[in-house]
Write a protein that binds this ligand. Structure first.
Ligand code: ATP
Length: 202
């Protein structure tokens, strides 16, 4: 079907975990974080432009973008952040469309961390599913998964949409505070709705 779902949520809310449950049921996943990551891996499509824009000191020995160096650069300067985004966003967009055209599944799910922040993305999808999670849980998950301090996680969260703004943009919400077993039932219920919508939009 032609139906496209946008799945979003704050850092550590459980987007990937929940997207994978939908994939097991038959949805096709297009993960924009993965796409962005691959663009900046050795040989990635964004590497030449990053080298040109920022200099070879931002490319690691293996040919990948030097993530730590770039992170420092863009945390310190909005202008540099916009320059990086001007390189990455069009490439993410074209790679996303390429993979979406190839995708095989009952419907497509675009996993987009900053979907609510992007007008383009909101228009691109038929429906928005927000994975919601209380902020203390988010902070704990990301601290332990990424070995970050509380202050670092809070800084990332301040750069993302506020929880309430995401909820306001949502057509559907999964609350992922508790046991994943209960989430599975919710995922199945939504999947059945999305199958119907995909049928209608065929
Ligand atoms: P990011 O934005 O950082 O990519 P995400 O939203 O994709 O994160 P996940 O990677 O799915 O989130 O989950 C973050 C971490 O929390 C993972 O280690 C995952 O295993 C764990 N997690 C997710 N949901 C739950 C849950 N309901 N109970 C316990 N742990 C969970």
């Amino acid at each position: 079907g032609n139906f496209s779902l946008g799945l979003t949520g704050g850092i550590g809310s459980g987007k990937t975990t929940i997207a994978n449950m939908f994939a097991e049921l038959g949805a096709a996943l297009i993960d924009t974080d993965l796409i962005a990551h691959e663009l900046t891996m050795p040989g990635g499509l964004a590497i030449p432009a990053i080298r040109e824009q920022f200099g070879s000191e931002f490319i690691a020995a293996d040919g990948a973008m030097d993530r730590a160096a770039i992170r420092q650069l863009v945390f310190g300067s909005l202008e540099q952040k916009h320059k990086l985004e001007a390189i990455l966003h069009p490439l993410i967009r074209s790679e996303t469309e390429r993979l979406a055209a190839e995708a095989r599944g009952d419907y497509r799910i675009f996993v987009v961390p900053l979907l609510v922040e992007s007008g383009n993305w909101k228009q691109r999808v038929d429906r928005i599913l927000v994975v919601d999670c209380n902020e203390e849980t988010q902070i704990r998950r990301v601290m332990s998964r990424n070995q970050l301090s509380r202050a670092q996680v809070e800084a990332i969260m301040r750069n993302q949409a506020r929880r309430q703004d995401r909820l306001n943009a949502a057509d559907d919400v999964i609350v992922n505070d508790g046991d994943l077993k209960n989430i599975r039932e919710e995922v199945l219920r939504l999947h059945q709705q999305y199958l119907q919508l995909a049928d209608i939009s065929k």
